[in-house]
Design a protein around this ligand. Structure first.
Ligand SMILES: Nc1ncnc2c1ncn2[C@@H]1O[C@H](COP(=O)(O)OP(=O)(O)O)[C@@H](O)[C@H]1O
Ligand SMILES: [Mg+2]
Length: 254
């Protein structure tokens, strides 16, 4: 399959924890400004795969990578990981705003970590823009200087999305971002993801098949560390090429 403008290209990517090979020889191109769903049974390597893409994998003691990962044409394994993580943001399963920081400070946390001090006007502008992009501004604009801990789970997750967007990443990795949320909050995040793909590439791990069907353009299906299927979601869902994909889609394993 031809992917015209891949934002990520992996070549024979393998990821290890010590001697255990969790990702096996993955070669794939991820299209730009689309939503790619990463699916597959528990333990098949979804989290490990996306953590390779922003160099988080190597932070696990004993973990390593072989093969290549390009962000457009840049070899990310040769780049400063801090720069990679600025370009490739991440949102986790459990909303994790910094509990001692205000909403405002949370949005700017990425800049603080990078050691960048912003003039007040610029900081205000970035906070407003990121919260608007994350569809949270109207709900929090009057309480920006309160801690984020009183927010609902869905609002906290949108705050984490705002925090990731504030440093203007090219890619947003999301690891089961709605699995801890109720259906209404989940729907808000799904709508937001569809909106965001106009400006940022999204790679989302999800166990939720209807969700992948609603929001993703492409689906990558992993099984025991191998990428066994990749293609437009509509095709993968209606006409899977690999029997293991079909078994998963029909609920034979979880
Ligand atoms: N920190 C770790 N140390 C050793 N093995 C790990 C670690 N994290 C994950 N694994 C193993 O790697 C495989 C892939 O895990 P993971 O990427 O978390 O899968 P998924 O996200 O698809 O559930 C599993 O067999 C898991 O047990
Ligand atoms: Mg996982």
């Amino acid at each position: 399959m031809k992917i015209k403008n891949p934002i990520f290209t992996t070549e024979d990517l393998c990821a290890y924890y010590g001697d255990f090979m969790a990702i096996k020889h993955v070669t794939v191109k991820i299209p730009e400004k689309q939503v790619t769903a990463v699916m597959g049974p528990s333990g098949c390597g979804k989290t490990t795969f996306i953590r390779c893409l922003n160099r988080l994998h190597e932070l696990t003691p004993g973990a390593r990578i072989t093969g290549k990962i390009f962000l457009r044409d840049q070899d990310i394994l040769q780049m400063d990981p801090i720069i990679v993580r600025r370009k490739v943001g991440m949102v986790f399963q459990r909303p994790n705003p910094f509990p001692t920081m205000t909403i405002y400070e949370n949005v700017l946390a990425g800049y603080k970590l990078l050691g960048i001090r912003l003039p007040k006007e610029e900081a205000d502008r970035i906070v407003e823009e990121a919260l608007k992009k994350a569809a949270l501004w109207d709900e929090v604009k009057d309480v920006l200087h309160r801690r984020g801990t009183f927010l609902s789970g869905g609002q906290q997750q949108r705050l984490c999305i705002a925090r990731a967007l504030a440093v203007k990443p090219e890619v947003l990795l999301m690891d089961e971002p709605t699995s801890a949320l109720d259906p209404k909050a989940t729907l808000q995040i799904e709508n937001l993801i569809v909106e965001l793909k106009q400006t940022v590439t999204i790679i989302i791990v999800t166990h939720n098949m209807p969700q992948a069907g609603r929001i993703s353009d492409y689906t990558a299906f992993f099984y025991l560390g191998e990428l066994i299927e990749f293609g437009p979601t509509a095709e993968v869902f209606t006409n899977p090429k690999d029997p293991r994909t079909e078994e998963y889609l029909t609920g034979k394993f979880s």
